[in-house]
Write a protein that binds this ligand. Structure first.
Ligand SMILES: [Zn+2]
Ligand SMILES: [Zn+2]
Length: 360
């Protein structure tokens, strides 16, 4: 089957790979759609170090094609959304109601038992987040898949697997934005636009979108931004001007760039919350002033998967979609075939899409 893989760091390739049948506790999913997320780029270029070769893709939806021994939660024919963090239900974090940090997640690209189901020629290769869903089929742990109602378009549902859960969750769960608050979102890709939708859903009064591209700011307005700031201008000054000189109550950093993290911090009022979603290079640090930090009394919080519980939040978000309160339709601005994955990655880096989605 065809798969988009990081053959080496920086080398994206569409290859014919073989996939083993599901083992105990696993299911095979015939992929319908896989979103193209900046985290795929970050893994491809080594910003997030994972062993290569690795089949990319961690935001997907499809239909269960086969179930391995011992799987009772899913059956052949079930439509599912994949979660890039499993929920094992028995680790320290799952026990502490933090399944978004589930210890069963695999940064090494191997399955729960440490082996691989994917092969390139005679060589074992990895699957990003135990999913590797930029492929025609994926074998995934059953604890990484959520059955959804039939009739929900699977390309829309796929977005819930990463960007929408992360963005909406960052606002609702991680930062706990209250209604009437002022919010700034730095970076208007799929996650940032979802954070904007989340801020709209929780009733934020003022939602300021910041991006380098006017086209992204147009998207941001569509999804609920009340104000837009082109980051080429001084975004901190612009945000302060829009907030009586104080700064926003909550800022969300969704670019993974340290200078933008610093801007998000500076644009947040004293006592406000800075939520960092973007993932920078693993060698970089985000410095905080040792003198001002306590006096500013800001909360800086890292956000993993929007502090969501996918078994609860995926159905909730899809219900909001069906109720037309969460716009997933307009998120998909272009679809690609698997052969066009390199173009999809280039378009992502150029910021052309709200979300590009590979469809099968
Ligand atoms: Zn993602
Ligand atoms: Zn767990």
């Amino acid at each position: 089957m065809k798969a988009a893989l990081a053959l080496d760091y920086g080398k994206l390739s569409i290859e014919d790979v073989t996939l083993d049948p599901p083992r105990a506790g696993e299911v095979m999913v015939k992929m319908a759609a896989a979103g193209v997320c900046y985290t795929d780029v970050s893994v491809l270029n080594g910003t997030i170090p994972m062993p290569v070769p690795l089949v990319l893709g961690h935001e997907g939806a499809g239909v269960v094609q086969a179930v391995g021994p011992g799987v009772s939660s899913l059956a052949v024919g079930d439509p599912v959304v994949l979660s890039f963090i499993p929920a094992c239900g028995e680790c320290f974090f799952c026990d502490h109601h933090e399944p978004h940090l589930c210890a069963a997640g695999s940064p090494e690209g191997r399955m729960l038992d440490g082996s691989s189901r994917l092969h390139l020629g005679s060589r074992d290769i990895g699957a990003m987040a135990m999913l590797g869903c930029m492929a025609e089929y994926a074998v995934v742990p059953a604890i990484s898949a959520m059955k959804i109602d039939r009739g929900i378009p699977l390309d829309r549902a796929a977005l819930v697997g990463c960007s929408v859960m992360t963005g909406v969750g960052a606002v609702a769960n991680t930062a706990k934005v209250r209604s009437g608050a002022t919010v700034a979102v730095f970076g208007c890709g799929g996650v940032g636009l979802s954070a904007i939708q989340g801020a709209r859903l929780v009733g934020a009064k003022r939602i300021i979108a910041v991006d380098m591209l006017d086209s992204k700011l147009e998207y941001a307005r569509h999804f609920g931004a009340t104000h837009t700031v082109n980051a080429k201008d001084d975004p901190v000054a612009a945000i302060k001007e829009l907030t009586g000189g104080w700064g926003v109550d909550y800022s969300f950093e969704v670019t993974g760039k340290v200078p933008v993290m610093e801007q998000a911090y500076a644009a947040t009022r004293r006592g406000g919350t800075v939520c960092v979603i973007g993932i920078g290079h693993y060698t970089e640090s985000f410095p905080l002033n040792a003198c001002g930090f306590s006096a500013d009394a800001k909360t800086v919080v890292g956000c993993m998967y929007g502090n969501t519980n996918f078994k609860v939040d995926m159905p909730n978000l899809l219900e909001l979609y069906l109720a037309k309160r969460l716009d997933l339709d307009a998120m998909i601005t272009r679809t690609y075939r698997i052969d066009e994955a390199p173009q999809a990655f280039e378009d992502l880096k150029a910021g052309l899409n709200a979300r590009g989605v590979i469809v099968f």
